[in-house]
Design a binder for this molecule. Structure first.
Ligand code: UGA
Length: 436
């Protein structure tokens, strides 16, 4: 099938390359010339395992191309819209500028029978607002939310847990659902659940999934706070409650909390939208989810101060990680970088290292010192703070090796990713999150 993908960021670039990898003819459109230049050469403009390979393969095979010219979307049967919906500068609501611009920019190139499939995460009701403009061209607007995780984006796109098609209740809607089934034929053939729902349900599925995940993380982080007050161990607690299948073990990792370009802004946009709908109280708990999450960053900073006996000024603190999570170079709302910046604000001599995110981090926080080589970063540190659980800092950093690089013996484990007993046995003062 001929497809267009409007917006080539973490979502769109992966979607375009993944769709080409299953045989579609795909054109990706973005306003950012630099991004398009890189993608056109088959180079991934950001770190995402597996993307480079399918991107290069699609370019090489000739069924994947990228352009800044929206006119080249003309002729595609399905136009996916995967532009960003960041938090507004002066409030909690989502900024829909890019979604509106993408859809309006597409209108002149739509033909009778085309499908416009929104993938961006939007406040419920957005699709209903856009639909009349799309309908005037003879095309149909549907919402097809995306559930990919950064770091697993290629796998999640090609082999998702479920597919959701939000369509209008009409013959065009039914036809659009059939066309989406065809787009995702390999996944559908594998038995991936394919849910056809109405537009508001599709929009809500996405935001409620992220709200649930954020709540799960803040729940366990709230338990970490209680554990800290009682001497309990939240890691063991999570393991024990996680054996109950109704609770499950995933997303119960206590630490410095969630960040990234999705969960934080999505729960805020959800609160803002609920207020607009007069249902603010239904999701009032999301404010607390957000507050608990932010408090954990304070806690990590507090532990470093405690570990250094209250005197962080001019102490060398090495921050292991900058990305909001491992296997990503994304630093949007990164708890890791936030901890680094706060320590810098307290006068510590902060050195940040990360296998993938240094370039992005340096652009936003040039005041910090960045060292690419992990061991160089650790050398002579007074304290180490693990904030992004890359394997390089967990499994592949034996405490004895760290001891050989520095005389400092303070380690704060902001992700509860280290073997506390092993670090203690090697002479380190180990501080976990919600662990004794
Ligand atoms: C999230 C959702 O997981 C995806 O399903 C969704 O498609 C995506 O947002 C989106 O809206 O596009 P992502 O932002 O890539 O994906 O990251 P997650 O894997 O959800 O992690 C989010 C944050 O939570 C990270 O900072 C991570 O370190 C933190 N986290 C995760 C915890 O602190 N504890 C956990 O147990 C799990």
């Amino acid at each position: 099938m001929k497809l267009s993908v409007i917006g080539c960021g973490y979502l769109g670039a992966v979607h375009a390359a993944a769709m080409a990898s299953i045989g579609h003819e795909v054109v990706g459109v973005d306003v950012d010339q630099r991004k398009i230049d890189a993608l056109s050469k088959g180079e991934a403009p950001f770190f995402e395992p597996g993307l480079q390979e399918i991107l290069a393969a699609g370019i090489e095979a000739g069924n994947l191309r990228f352009t800044t010219d929206m006119a080249e979307a003309a002729g595609a049967e399905v136009h996916f819209v995967g532009v960003g919906t960041p938090q507004q500068k002066d409030g909690y609501a989502a900024d829909l500028t890019y979604v509106n611009a993408a859809v309006d920019g597409l209108l002149p190139y739509l033909a009778e029978g085309d499908i416009v499939a929104g993938k961006s995460t939007v406040p419920v009701g957005t699709a209903a607002g856009l639909a009349p403009r799309v309908s005037e061209t003879g095309a149909t607007l549907v919402w097809n939310p995306e559930f990919l995780r950064e770091g697993w984006a290629v796998k999640d796109t090609l082999d998702p847990d479920r597919l959701v098609a939000g369509v209008p209740a009409s013959a065009e809607g039914e036809r659009a659902a059939d066309i989406l089934r065809e787009v995702y034929a390999p996944a559908v053939a594998k038995g991936t659940p394919f849910l056809v729902v109405d537009l508001p349900t599709a929009e809500l599925v996405k935001v409620s999934a992220n709200a649930f995940l954020a709540t799960k993380i803040s729940f366990i982080n709230a338990m970490a706070e209680i554990a800290e007050a009682t001497g309990a161990d939240v890691s063991k607690l999570a393991e024990a409650i996680g054996y109950d299948e109704r609770i499950g073990r995933q997303f119960l990792k206590a630490g410095i909390g969630f960040g990234g370009g999705c969960l934080p802004k999505d729960i805020r946009a959800f609160s803002a939208r609920a207020e607009e709908l007069g249902r603010g109280e239904s999701v009032a708990f999301l404010r607390q989810v957000d507050e608990i999450n932010m408090r954990r960053r304070d806690r990590a900073v507090q532990l470093v101060v405690e570990g250094l006996d209250g005197a962080v000024f001019e102490k060398k603190v090495t921050v292991l990680g900058a990305a909001f999570k491992p296997h990503s170079d994304d630093i949007r709302d990164s708890p890791a970088l936030d901890v680094a910046v706060r320590l810098h604000g307290l006068g510590a001599n902060v050195t940040v290292t990360d296998p993938a995110a240094i370039e992005n981090a340096r652009r936003i926080h040039p005041q910090l010192t960045y060292v690419e080589d992990r061991d160089e970063a650790i050398r002579n540190a007074d304290a180490l703070v693990l904030v992004t659980e890359w394997d390089e800092y967990r499994r592949q950093l034996p405490p004895e090796h760290a001891s050989s690089l520095t005389d400092g013996r303070v380690v704060v484990d902001g992700r509860n990713g280290l073997d506390a007993a092993a670090w203690r046995a090697a002479g380190w003062a180990y501080y976990g999150m919600g662990r004794p």
